[in-house]
Design a binder for this molecule. Structure first.
Ligand code: SF4
Length: 611
């Protein structure tokens, strides 16, 4: 419960830094990038000018992608749009102003209260000359959270010279003190610790805190938005598409063609095996590196980081107790406050970025409040998984004959699949089934060893754990909200996170096609029949709806439509009006380019008229 929550907020913008608008279709893809690649659960939409009119369409798309959107405005918009946006599912409002504007803040505070939305605020320091700290505090007291920042990369401002820079620091300190006393969460962004009064240092947020604290942004999503900020709509579209399509092609011609032949030449096979044993753990031959799991591993990594870090520090910061958690006199800080001088703070070195932040007033929105409860939920899910797998009969069994290793030679044995590999990469099976949460899967891995075993739900979603014995029974239980727990031999295990790759999904989505995923196989390993429990259960634990009760899909019609929506409409109506068979046994798969014509509207209307 008291563990720090990592950020799960992303950032997109309707316009770039030069005011050029982004295309609606590209914005939808950008949201998709957050959902699929960055795995963020909520996104701030930085709206500029008329870009706010895109929000209803974006909210609709975000709902389908299971992401919540917040409105990030500079305060210049008319808050009259809020009731409609709240109705459409807006999470909250983030009013990020380059400078304090009391009138606009009063308008937005009242509108948010009327629409039932929380208001987060960011203002640039210093306060305007005619505004007192007391007046600003009174205006900000009704907000959920206030950032006071020295600079904002998305709103470049002129340098603060001489006395003005000192005034900015004085205002930051005074406002933080006053708002904290009123029970409002305050963050002092991008200010070096040494320039902030000691009692306010717990509010200081530099990049170490910014990218590790739930209140701010996921680093990859934020860095991407900052990079795109000055690059224009065409480059944004290309970059988003590029990131979305990464790792689409995974082929292993070596295994596909050579392995069947090699298995019939034992002498060559033995030599290859020896080479494989010697090279299996070499890092440069492997994919994403798992993060260390032992205290020694972490200490070694921290020591290496510390050496690198000290090399880059100047003499002042190297002697400061905050050197590990501070941004130092960064280039952006120097540009904004060229006349401010930093000074080392003596004392014991502070290591944890959250060391000073304890005991602060914090604000949790609906998404973060649910994440705080996760450890308790994991225990509940694990109990449910154990009960289902011990007491219930599986609703389906997917035998070893029903899946293969994708793009790879597959050796089917009686009751098992033998995975043979001499490459230090991930291998996946073909899709096991199409599933709708809730469901529970159980699979036994044995007869060999591998680096990591588990399940893959696509290129960017993998739930795997280390293999620490020659045999494991893995159970993955997913509840109806997509929350999941992984059990290794009946015990909760934290799924592995990989250095430089975000594979761990916060939730499992709808209509998923799980595959078996095995990383770095040591020669060979066996997998057996997958046991599957599907459907919802009542309070007594009994199954109340089993997916297999529904008629099985017998007919699949695949339509690729990039033009001529009318023809697609005629085809769909023709299918919907067929007689003499159970229409629930029919599925239609449509491939189209979202937003290019009226296909979106047609699909939506067909869904409503012929569900
Ligand atoms: S590390 Fe440098 S910039 Fe940061 S508080 Fe210490 S002296 Fe100031």
């Amino acid at each position: 419960m008291n563990q720090p929550l990592h950020p799960t907020r992303g950032l997109i913008a309707t316009h770039d830094g030069h005011g050029r608008p982004f295309d609606l279709t590209d914005l939808r893809k950008w949201i998709r990038l957050h959902a699929v690649v960055f795995h963020t659960e909520k996104i701030d939409v930085r709206t500029v000018g008329e870009g706010i009119s895109l929000l209803p369409a974006l909210l609709d798309f975000a709902r389908q992608s299971k992401v919540r959107l917040s409105l990030r405005t500079d305060g210049s918009h008319d808050p009259a749009v809020l009731p409609a946006l709240a109705e459409a599912g807006l999470l909250d409002v983030f009013c990020a102003m380059a400078a304090y504007d009391g009138d606009a803040l009063t308008r937005w505070t009242a509108a948010c209260a009327a629409a039932g939305l929380a208001l987060r605020v960011q203002i640039g320091a210093p306060l305007p000359e005619h505004i007192s700290v007391e007046a600003a505090t009174k205006c900000l007291a009704a907000t959920a959270m206030v950032n006071i920042t020295l600079y904002d990369p998305f709103a470049p401002a002129a340098p603060l010279r001489g006395r003005v820079a000192s005034t900015a620091l004085r205002d930051m300190n005074a406002l933080a003190r006053a708002l904290d006393a009123r029970g409002v969460e305050v963050n002092l962004l991008h200010a070096p610790f040494c320039l902030i009064a000691e009692e306010n240092r717990r509010h200081v947020v530099n990049s170490t805190q910014f990218f590790f604290d739930y209140q701010h942004y996921d680093q990859r999503a934020y860095d991407f938005a900052a990079n795109i900020h000055t690059r224009g709509p065409r480059r944004m579209a290309k970059a988003v598409e590029n990131l979305l399509s990464r790792r689409m092609a995974v082929h292993s011609p070596f295994h596909h063609s050579v392995l069947p032949w090699l298995l019939h030449h034992p002498l060559l096979l033995m030599r290859l095996w020896v080479v494989h044993q010697l090279t299996r753990h070499l890092q440069f031959l492997r994919g994403p590196r798992p993060l260390p799991e032992s205290a020694e591993g972490w200490e070694a990594a921290i020591e290496a980081h510390r050496r690198r870090h000290r090399r880059n520090l100047g003499p002042v910061c190297a002697a400061c107790r905050f050197c590990r958690i501070c941004d130092h006199a960064s280039e952006q800080f120097r540009r904004r406050c060229p006349d401010l001088q930093i000074a080392a703070v003596p004392g014991d070195e502070v290591i944890s970025p959250f060391h000073l932040m304890r005991g602060r007033t914090r604000y949790y929105d609906a998404v973060d409040a649910a994440r705080r409860e996760l450890p308790k939920i994991q225990e509940t899910l694990a109990e449910e998984a154990r009960r289902i797998t011990l007491r219930e009969t599986p609703t389906r069994e997917i035998t070893a004959d029903h899946y293969e290793i994708e793009d790879h030679y597959t050796h089917h044995m009686p009751g098992a699949v033998r995975w043979i590999s001499f490459l230090n990469v991930e291998h996946c099976s073909t899709p096991l089934a199409r599933l709708q949460p809730p469901f529970t899967m159980q699979l036994t891995f044995g007869g060999g060893i591998a680096g990591h075993i588990g399940f893959s739900f696509g290129r960017h979603a993998k739930v795997v754990c280390p293999m620490v014995d020659y045999s494991h029974r893995l159970t993955l239980h997913v509840d109806e909200f997509g929350r999941y727990v992984l059990l290794r031999d009946g015990v909760i295990v934290r799924p592995t996170e990989f250095d430089g790759a975000r594979y761990l999904p916060p939730r499992i989505g709808d209509n998923v096609e799980p595959r078996i995923s095995i990383h770095n196989i040591d020669g060979f390993i066996l997998t057996q029949t997958l046991l599957l429990w599907e459907g919802r259960r009542g309070a007594d634990g009994a199954l109340i709806a089993v997916a297999s009760d529904a008629p099985k899909i017998k007919y699949s019609v695949v339509i690729i439509c990039t033009r001529y929506t009318r023809r697609l409409q005629a085809t769909l109506l023709g299918l919907a009006h067929q007689r003499g068979f159970d229409i629930r046994a029919l599925e239609v798969v449509i491939g189209y380019v979202p937003g290019i014509d009226a296909t979106d509207d047609l699909i939506e209307s067909m869904r409503r008229t012929c569900p």
